[in-house]
Design a protein around this ligand. Structure first.
Ligand SMILES: [Fe+2]
Length: 468
């Protein structure tokens, strides 16, 4: 009796197993990495950490950072903070090839208050008369405590201009954030500029959004961002909206500290703008500003996509904080209204790749779209693959104190190509008008190890069937 029931139960188990395997075979769209990671939440580095050290001197420039300063790429915005009083507002700069021809430019100086915090003196200096593809030195501060840095301008925009971008998102200021930055710096393929997909300091995790943590973050990342431009995207941790203590001006600390060249692209807000850099045209969107039809951002984007000339900048890249496609449980479909609004244009204008953060993990999608749905036709499943669509890459794994997101939609949907909740950074190497190579590096690996990688074939110049 018991042996017969054992047999029946074995048969049922076997059928369930077979069905499960079939289901996985049918639905599994890609790879869910089985990499094992620690479960502890990362701690912010303490205030007396080396990386937060104030440079010596009574009012020495600190938190030095640069970003692109005009639309073409031969401009830079140099920013820094002096803690005690307004510093010299002069930037002296010169091209490596012309050491005798030192020029100077003037910075504006502003401060802001946030509840009981008063900022230092924030200097911003726009320089837009640089030559392409050169090394420049710049000096800020005065006298004994003057500080010198350097950066490289990108090559002039053009069809087959190689260029390498780093990708970092949702960084914060934990020990893991520091590992991510070190890992990026030590990567033999380190980028020439960073595309930062939002959520910078996570100062808003502290009581009253303690803005001293914006200062510590500025000092922490200076070692990289003073030497190569980081292209800023605003995330939800930049909103700093806290009406209970009277702070009702969204993005106040971010917009005071981090300027963008928005006017150069005809934008009316620092939160959405575009730049050309070498062979890439990069559109930065703000998913926490209004984006519905008739809004300023919508009207700007409507014209913006039409402006892109793929014979000048073959690669079209979009940065937006919240991902259109993500198969992690947390933040699932949060950007759905944004996707409904704008995915059509991404496909129509042949966007190559969309980078997002927000989800604290890594994920790469297949080329996928979901734009056929018109409420009566029932076509509401993503089309996989859609060779006309961008690849969506989530890179919100910079290392912040909220930790990694490990819960995933199961089984892995067909539009997900690779997913793994580990801290790391990305590298996008544009080789020529047709080919670019994207790789993702997890912090636990060696500096030159790619945990995931893919060749991207340009949607305008190189798209063929059955290619990435
Ligand atoms: Fe976020």
């Amino acid at each position: 009796m018991s042996s017969r029931s054992d047999l029946a139960s074995n048969q049922v188990s076997f059928i369930i197993l077979l069905l499960s395997l079939l289901l996985v075979e049918l639905c599994n769209g890609g790879i869910t990495s089985e990499y094992i990671r620690g479960s502890n939440l990362p701690d912010d580095m303490p205030l007396d950490s080396d990386v937060f050290k104030v440079p010596p001197g009574p009012n020495t420039p600190q938190q030095v950072h640069i970003t692109q300063g005009n639309h073409e790429g031969n401009g830079v915005i140099i920013s820094w903070v002096t803690p005690v009083k307004p510093g010299s507002n002069i930037v002296r700069y010169w091209c490596e090839n012309e050491k005798s021809k030192k020029k100077q430019a003037e910075a504006t100086i502003n401060t802001y208050r946030f509840f009981n915090y008063t900022s230092g003196y924030i200097h911003h200096c726009i320089i837009d008369d640089l030559e392409f593809d050169m090394k420049y030195y710049y000096e800020i501060g005065s006298g004994k405590w003057r500080r010198r840095f350097w950066f490289f301008t990108p090559p002039k925009p053009g069809l087959d201009v190689p260029y390498t971008f780093g990708l970092i998102g949702d960084m914060g200021q934990t020990y893991d954030s520091n590992r991510t930055l070190s890992h990026y710096e030590m990567n033999p393929g380190e980028g020439q500029a960073v595309l930062f997909v939002g959520d910078l300091s996570y100062a808003d995790r502290y009581p009253n959004h303690d803005n001293n943590r914006w200062d510590t973050w500025g000092r922490f990342v200076e070692r990289n961002v003073a030497y190569q431009p980081w292209i800023w995207t605003a995330g939800n941790h930049e909103i700093d909206f806290l009406p209970d203590i009277g702070e009702i001006e969204p993005f106040k600390p971010f917009m005071n500290r981090y300027h963008t060249p928005y006017k150069a692209s005809g934008s009316t807000s620092p939160l959405w703008y575009s730049i050309k850099r070498a062979s890439a045209y990069i559109i930065i969107m703000s998913c926490y500003s209004s984006y519905g039809i008739y809004t300023p951002q919508y009207k700007w984007l409507e014209k913006e996509f039409q402006k892109v000339n793929r014979t000048e900048t073959p690669w079209l890249i979009v940065l937006v904080h919240s991902p259109f496609y993500s198969t992690y449980v947390h933040h699932y479909m949060e950007a759905e209204t944004l996707r409904v609004m704008y995915e059509q244009w991404f496909v129509e204008y042949k966007v190559d790749v969309v980078f997002a953060g927000h989800v604290h993990a890594y994920e790469r999608s297949e080329r996928v779209s979901n734009i056929a749905y018109n409420i009566v036709n029932g076509l509401c499943e993503p089309l996989v693959p859609d060779e006309l669509a961008p690849v969506y890459i989530t890179i919100g794994d910079g290392g912040n104190s909220e930790g990694l997101l490990t819960d995933m939609v199961q089984p892995q949907p067909s539009y997900s190509a690779f997913r793994e909740p580990s801290f790391g950074h990305g590298i996008l190497e544009i080789k020529n008008r047709t080919h670019a190579y994207f790789s993702w590096n997890r912090n636990q690996d060696g500096y030159s190890v790619a945990a995931d990688s893919v060749w991207l074939l340009n949607r305008f110049w190189g798209a063929q069937k059955n290619t990435a």
